[in-house]
Design a protein around this ligand. Structure first.
Ligand code: KG4
Ligand code: ZN
Length: 346
């Protein structure tokens, strides 16, 4: 018997996306990034919700067109129920509940960050637990150990800004366009990371696994250090010349912390399979540094850039897992801006 056809819907932030999967195989996938936020240098929640509402029907229609299917061919619906922007989430959740009700199909609520764990598996069937997972997005930074799908242990998280948020804030203070991560990465290509050395927060070598800071992250002090240095070079009239070096120095510090904390988790768990997920995992320097620092026998899994950023294919794939486990939702499924991560033990 062939695997069921799952439709995934993602509207948690500023991408409107729909996907049709048969098991692991993508049959149709559309991701529409909202460019309205460029005007404001960051996501405006109210505008995000309105834009999802305007385009979701058409995004679904195009996805069905790509797959050569109609909605009646869908066996189950999966939707991001949280975390994210509440108004934006509500658009996807309401649409999907209506579709599941109208077609009398099962409905699955998906956690956005768990869905990011499934992204790499869509490119590489080997990207399965056990692994140490580093989830780095605009709203979250989580270091976990996955012993199986649905069985996760939280090792570390950010104490303040998320990794992607730090990229976005640094881009803004350097005058680089939104979204910040890709802008900083692009600027850094021409830069020398050793010209401005920034702090590596919470990386004390005398800390051990029993110390509360051992696996945790903090990016707000790093951002402040970059802001201070940027102001100095601005006053000296050198900002334009120094900008690539500032971007490279910041990126190197952020990547260093992410990689070294992940290596601590590899050492402590004995698991040298590392999975990178979330928007920041699209960063080439992070991927290279992670692969370069893992000892022989280790392996880094990460999705293609398209499947690293927000997308509905990962939502459908996570939904497929929960469907197989019999964890479907009722029509009382609600959007939850701070939905707890399912199966995550502290
Ligand atoms: O997972 P994602 O698409 O959305 C959220 O769930 O938040 O992640 C978006 C974040 C943004 O902060 C963005 O600046 C960052 O990922 N990002 C990057 C890169 N591409 C996206 N950060 C660093 N380097 C990149 N190439
Ligand atoms: Zn995301």
């Amino acid at each position: 018997m062939s695997a069921p056809v799952i439709m995934g819907i993602e509207t948690s932030c500023d991408e409107t996306s729909a996907a049709l999967l048969r098991g692991d195989r993508i049959l149709g996938h559309v991701i529409l990034s909202q460019d309205v936020h460029e005007l404001y240098g960051g996501v405006v929640p109210e505008l995000a919700a309105r834009a999802h509402l305007q385009v979701l029907d058409d995004v679904v229609a195009r996805t069905c067109g790509e797959a050569g299917m109609g909605l009646e061919d869908v066996d189950a619906f999966a939707v991001t129920a949280g975390p994210g922007l509440i108004g934006a989430l509500l658009v996807g959740v309401s649409w999907t509940k209506a579709a599941a009700l109208a077609l009398d199909r099962p409905l699955v609520g998906v956690h956005h960050m768990e869905a990011h764990l499934f992204g790499p598996a869509l490119d590489d069937p080997e990207a399965q637990p056990p692994f140490v997972g580093l989830l780095v997005s605009g709203g979250h930074t989580l270091l976990i150990h996955a012993s199986a799908w649905g069985e996760y242990r939280l090792l570390g998280k950010t104490r303040d800004d998320a990794a992607g948020e730090a990229f976005d804030k640094v881009a803004k203070l350097l005058g680089l366009p939104y979204p910040g991560g890709p802008s900083v990465e692009k600027a850094a290509v021409q830069g020398d990371p050793s010209r401005h050395r920034f702090p590596r927060p919470m990386l004390r070598s005398d800390h051990g696994p029993q110390d509360p800071e051992y696996y945790d992250f903090s990016f707000s002090g790093l951002k402040t250090a970059v802001a201070g240095r940027a102001q100095e070079v601005r006053v000296a009239g050198d900002l334009e010349r120094e900008l690539p070096h500032l971007a490279a120095g910041f990126q190197e510090a952020a990547v260093d912390v992410l990689v070294l904390k992940t290596l601590r988790a590899v050492e402590a768990t004995g698991c040298s399979r590392v999975l990178l997920g979330g928007g920041v995992s699209a960063n080439t320097r992070l991927r290279q540094a992670m692969a370069g620092r893992l000892h022989d026998g280790g392996k880094v899994f990460r999705a293609s850039p398209r499947l690293s950023l927000d997308n509905a294919a990962m939502v459908a794939r996570a939904g497929y897992f929960h469907l197989q486990e019999g964890r479907t939702a009722g029509l009382d499924l609600n959007a939850d801006a701070s939905l707890p991560f399912p199966g995550l033990r502290i």
